[in-house]
Ligand binder design. Structure first.
Ligand code: NAD
Length: 405
């Protein structure tokens, strides 16, 4: 090592942290740095407990134990790390087709390797008391079967979006959970995210006057060369294309922002020949609501956008980004001008809030805000969008909420 590439600053920081008198530090530090650090008296001290900003988690043994099904990008990068922010939830089991990967993840999270399952023996979870709930984070083609097996094993289910391939699968999932007297919740994290909740409240409070138009645009550039991008362009695994994967946020966004169900849809599609497998790229649609409100939605796998806009007779509200993982912004525009709404983001993330929502319902015997019926409603509406694309005609949305067909 030459003089110039000696890591002087990092080593002197170590001296500061661990005590300048330690043999390692004095042997490796240049004399000047040791002399500087040696002036700082370092002793461990016991400080009083700081005031807690959030409620601490409950006893681990009382927390709801989850089996994570599918160790892909969303499970490993968003959901599993978020358990650390929860009060009522913990990971107790893993389900994966790759035993080696599952063992490595189990080591990282302190999960008993005896609680590792594969996709073919999930029913054996019935015997494990430490597993209260199952969180399904696999491609949509597997959601129905894995959800039904889990319900029959006596477990509560959290299932990722899109809920399933079609409404019949959704209905079977709902029935299985009901028969087992267990909860079924869809991982609609945006419905637990503070900016979206604030937007809903302001719209309901009439701050925008009479709402006339909603715009939703939810797109990202899908890379078909990655494992997660590859199945997303195969209809047999994904159920659909950009609409099923990311456009679904706009479909449900329009519904939860307005608190109303659309009664008719008209849609169009445009897909270039290359790069989209057998699914669609661009889809645009227009919803008609009984109140007269129109919602215009768009999605694609070839552009980047994430925004909701709500226009009323007395104001305009914009969420941008609306449904990203982080960094949401809520802007209001009215006769006083345009301003960003300041929202407290100190609390747990949307992922942790979503997890604890189900856990609290399990512990206290309640219901959930985004049950299977909510997932099925979006699947049926997206099927109506596809039908309108095919026929070129408006398609009525004339079923009752919760009806399969
Ligand atoms: P991913 O490809 O990274 O992970 C999928 C997991 O399923 C992998 O562990 C893979 O091994 C497993 N799998 C089992 N059988 C498979 C098969 N035949 N083909 C492909 N994978 C198979 O995907 P992901 O991005 O983590 O998505 C998983 C689910 O989570 C999807 O339903 C997706 O829509 C959802 N998701 C939700 C959000 C959200 O914000 N709510 C974000 C990303 C993904």
């Amino acid at each position: 090592m030459t003089d110039t590439d000696k890591p002087m600053f990092p080593l002197s920081r170590r001296g500061f942290l661990y005590g300048a008198g330690s043999g390692v530090v004095s042997a490796t530090l240049a004399g000047r740095a040791v002399a500087q650090d040696a002036q700082v008296p370092i002793e461990p001290v016991g400080r009083p407990m700081p005031e807690l900003r959030a409620e601490p988690p409950i006893d681990p043994e009382r927390r709801v134990g989850y089996a994570i099904v599918g160790l892909g990008q969303y499970a490993l990068n968003q959901i599993m790390p978020s358990f650390g922010e929860t009060r009522y939830s913990r990971i107790t089991a893993l389900v994966s087709g790759d035993r080696e990967k599952a063992e490595e993840v189990a080591r990282m999270y302190g999960i008993d390797p005896e609680n590792i399952y594969n996709y073919d023996n999930m029913e054996e979870m019935a015997q494990k008391e430490a597993i209260d709930a199952v969180y399904i984070i696999t491609p949509p083609a597997f959601h129905a079967e894995q959800s039904i097996v889990s319900s029959r094993a006596g477990k509560h289910v959290m299932c990722e979006k899109p809920m399933a391939m079609d409404a019949q699968e959704c209905r079977a999932m709902i029935d299985a959970a009901e028969e087992a007297n267990r909860l079924l919740m869809i991982g609609y994290r945006s419905q637990y995210e503070p900016h979206n909740l604030e937007a809903i409240e302001r719209i309901r409070n009439g701050e925008l006057g009479d709402v006339r138009i909603v715009h939703t645009e939810n797109s990202y550039i899908n890379d078909p060369e990655t494992p997660a991008g590859e199945w997303r362009i195969q209809r047999s695994l994904a159920g659909g294309g950009s609409l099923y994967d990311i456009g679904i946020y706009g479909v449900q966004g329009a519904r939860y922002l307005l608190g109303e169900e659309p009664i008719e849809v008209m849609a169009q599609e445009h897909t270039p020949e290359e790069g989209f497998g057998d699914v669609e790229d661009v889809v645009t649609w227009q919803f008609r609501f009984a109140s007269g409100v129109r919602a215009v939605g768009s999605t694609s796998f070839s552009t980047e956008a994430n925004r909701f806009g709500v226009s009323g007779t007395e104001g305009y509200l914009e969420l941008q980004p609306a449904t990203d993982y982080y960094g949401h912004r809520l802007t209001l525009r009215d006769e006083d001008g345009t301003r960003e709404v300041d929202i407290d983001t100190q609390g747990p993330s949307q992922f942790a809030r979503q997890l604890d929502h189900l856990s609290e319902a399990i512990l206290n015997g309640g219901t959930v805000a985004t049950p299977g019926e909510e997932g099925m409603q979006d699947i049926r509406i997206m099927q109506a969008i596809y039908e309108s694309v095919r026929t070129g005609q408006p398609v009525p949305i004339d079923w009752a909420y919760g009806e399969a067909d």
